[in-house]
Design a protein around this ligand. Structure first.
Ligand SMILES: [Zn+2]
Length: 148
C-alpha cells in the first residue's frame, strides 16, 4: 500500500472508501525508482524523444480512426481545419451533449442556436436550422444547388 497522508476534510462514504482502496491497489502496479530522475518520455518513438512525425504516423495509422479522420490529415488545409475535422469525426467537439458526457453540468442540452433539439455534433453541423441556413448561404455563394 502506498504510504501517504490520507487527509480528507470529511469522512468518506463507503463507496468512496472502496474507490479509494481500488485506486491505491492500482498504484501497486507501479514501482518507484528512487535512484532515477523522472523524465518525460514519448512512447511512440524508440529513444523516448517527441517527434512530430511519430505523432503524425500514429494518428494516420490509428486503427480506431475513421476513414474521414484519416482523410482529414491528408487533405490540403490549414492544421486547425484538419484538427477540427478530426475532432468532428471522433465526436470530440464541445457540444452540450459531449460536455455533459464529460461530467460538466449544464442547465440545458438544447442547442443554443435553435433551442429545439439536443446539441450534438450531427445537430450542430447538419441538422440545426441555423446550420442549414449557413450551409445554404455557402451553396448560394458558390452558385450551386443541394440536389439536381
Ligand atoms: Zn440547433
Amino acid at each position: 500500500m502506498i504510504d501517504w497522508a490520507e487527509v480528507f476534510k470529511r469522512e468518506m462514504t463507503e463507496a468512496e472508501a472502496t474507490e479509494f482502496g481500488s485506486f491505491n491497489m492500482s498504484l501497486l502496479k507501479f514501482y518507484q525508482c528512487t535512484n532515477v530522475e523522472d523524465e518525460l518520455v514519448w512512447s511512440l518513438f524508440p529513444n523516448g524523444s517527441y517527434m512530430v512525425a511519430s505523432a503524425y504516423t500514429h494518428l494516420l495509422g490509428n486503427p480506431g480512426g475513421s476513414s474521414q479522420a484519416k482523410l482529414a490529415w491528408k487533405m490540403e488545409a490549414p492544421p486547425k481545419v484538419k484538427m477540427f475535422i478530426w475532432s468532428v469525426a471522433h465526436n470530440r467537439i464541445l457540444t452540450r451533449e459531449n460536455l455533459v458526457q464529460r461530467g460538466i453540468p449544464l442547465p440545458s442540452l438544447l442547442c443554443p442556436l435553435c433551442e429545439d433539439k439536443q446539441e450534438s455534433v450531427d445537430h450542430l453541423l447538419l441538422q440545426c436550422t441555423m446550420a442549414w441556413h449557413i450551409w445554404s448561404w455557402f451553396i448560394d455563394l458558390f452558385g450551386t444547388h443541394w440536389c439536381t
